[in-house]
Design a protein around this ligand. Structure first.
Ligand SMILES: Nc1ncnc2c1ncn2[C@@H]1O[C@H](COP(=O)(O)OP(=O)(O)OP(=O)(O)O)[C@@H](O)[C@H]1O
Ligand SMILES: [Mg+2]
Length: 485
């Protein structure tokens, strides 16, 4: 059965679409300059136009003035608004109220703003009062994947794989700390000098981490991985050129025939997204246990046992680790176990589960290639304190893991599955592997995009017979290397 992943439309990958936008590197000269992002880390190909500096500094001044007005108005609002009633007020009522107070305030202070600026100010104040202030527009913006804050003056955002400095600012460090506090206190956590870092989840499910001074040297550090309501499906990923239809058909066979799979990749490379997409190949009547530090996976199956680990509380007790969850999961009779990311002591139980009746299990690991992923597993085993000779660790890994899927975020921001590698056994003390598909990079095009292509390596899967037995008879053509063009 060879399911075709037809390209349903000519939809371009968001990566590509957005690349043009960022890569064009137009200086922030539009009317809407306050919200326009400057591509900071995306190195502009051309030098900025001579007027850019003047424009930007004018912009900077305008922004500083707006922030100042916002702070004054916010103070005024806190004095005027009935805070107790805010929770009950509808958004429209609140906006009307805030708009009226702002109008009066501006008049009293003798500040003249045009309509766009006034609307923007009212929106910012609504965000400040009801939400997370300057973060709100970024949380609303569907194109933003990550928000990274280095102190109150620097808010970086990632869109389509490219990181750039945004024009969003917090008024001062206290303002940023207040927003952090609002987030963590909502989930019953605390962050301060004695407890300087925290993981939490925003109301919308986004993953949140913050570290505050003095451990964070130049001001509070915040990282947010936005929660996407609509996860990227296999079809979408194929359309976005993250991998090919042939690779998808191979992966479908691998998941359906219960190979144990590790998705390996760097930070933000698309590991969780890939894991989630792969899980869509699992049959709906299987019982799946998922274990994560922050619940991000959105499996479509009905029979799910979802678990989320928990750090210790302020007194240092009450921690529930991924290892605890995994041990417990083994008593829950799952058909498959999915661990969001294997990074510590849970490694031994994970490998054991893969070896003993929970085949078809999956996890992700932080590594740069298939060999590196195995080395990371070996290191993790060594770190658990379980004294296992290296050859025994390797044998354990080789018999537990069938497949390593490597994902990468390339320099142009595109995220691709750069390799699918099978573990085929041991040769002496060495784990032997064979790569089935890879992404070959030829160079970089003038527009900064990577010039490359997916290609089978020419090796036939060592699981071909298994695939066939299970009814996934993949045509040999999917393994055939295309002749160079
Ligand atoms: N192929 C893709 N095309 C476009 N966007 C993608 C692709 N894969 C992942 N993304 C987006 O990239 C962001 C990071 O993806 P994801 O959370 O899967 O990475 P990760 O490797 O699990 O990160 P971390 O190391 O932080 O756990 C997400 O916002 C996701 O929607
Ligand atoms: Mg992840």
């Amino acid at each position: 059965m060879f399911k075709r992943y037809s390209k349903t439309s000519s939809t371009q990958a968001p990566n590509d679409a957005k690349l043009t936008e960022v890569g064009a590197s137009t200086p922030a000269t539009t009317e809407n300059a306050v919200k326009v992002e400057k591509p900071a880390l995306a190195i502009p190909k051309k030098a900025p136009a001579p007027t850019a500096t003047a424009e930007l500094s004018k912009d900077e001044k305008r922004r500083a003035r707006l922030i100042d007005i916002r702070m004054q108005m916010h103070k005024r609002l806190l004095e005027t608004l009935n805070l107790a009633a805010i929770d009950k007020a509808s958004e429209a009522d609140l906006r009307r109220e805030i708009s009226a107070v702002t109008q009066d305030g501006l008049q009293e202070m003798g500040i003249v703003l045009n309509k766009a600026e006034r609307d923007e100010l009212v929106q910012e104040l609504v965000d400040e009062v009801t939400g997370l202030g300057p973060l709100e527009p970024l949380l609303r913006d569907e194109d933003v994947n990550d928000i990274l804050i280095n102190g109150h003056k620097q808010v970086f955002v990632e869109r389509a794989g490219i990181l750039s400095l945004s024009d969003i600012r917090f008024a001062d460090e206290k303002h940023l700390l207040r927003v952090i506090d609002k987030i963590v206190s909502a989930v019953g956590r605390r962050v301060d000098e004695s407890n300087p870092y925290v993981d939490a989840r925003l109301k919308d499910g986004s993953r949140f981490n913050a570290m505050v001074p003095p451990v964070a040297v130049d001001g509070a550090l915040v990282s947010i991985r936005k929660f996407k309501k609509e996860k990227l499906s296999i079809d979408k990923l194929v359309n976005f050129d993250a991998f090919t239809e042939e690779m998808a058909a191979y992966l479908q066979a691998a998941v359906a025939t219960r190979l144990n799979i590790i998705v390996s990749g760097g930070t933000g490379s698309g590991k969780t997204t890939t894991l989630n997409a792969l899980s869509s190949f699992i049959d709906n009547n299987e019982r799946i246990a998922t274990i994560e530090d922050t619940a991000e996976l959105q499996l479509q199956q009905t029979h799910l046992a979802r678990m989320e680990s928990r750090p210790a509380n302020v007194e240092g007790t009450g921690a529930v680790t991924q290892e605890d969850c995994l041990r417990n999961a083994l008593r829950m009779r799952p058909d498959r176990i999915i661990v969001g990311e294997t990074r510590g002591n849970e490694v031994i139980d994970m490998l054991q589960a893969m070896n003993t009746g929970h085949d078809g299990s999956m996890t992700t690991i932080h590594a740069n290639n298939a060999r590196d992923a195995v080395a990371r597993l070996e290191n993790m085993i060594a770190m658990t304190g379980v004294e296992l000779p290296i050859s025994a660790s390797r044998a354990q890994i080789a018999s537990a893991v069938n497949l390593i899927v490597q994902v990468k975020r390339l320099q142009d921001g595109s995220r691709r599955m750069t390799s699918i590698t099978e573990i085929v056994g041991m040769e002496g003390e060495i784990i032997s592997m064979q790569e089935i598909f890879k992404y070959e990079i030829y160079g970089t095009l003038d527009n900064g995009k990577i010039d490359g292509a997916f290609t089978p390596t020419g090796m036939r899967s060592s699981y071909s017979d298994r695939f066939k037995q299970w009814g996934y008879d993949l045509p040999t053509s999917i393994y055939t290397k295309k002749a160079a063009q």
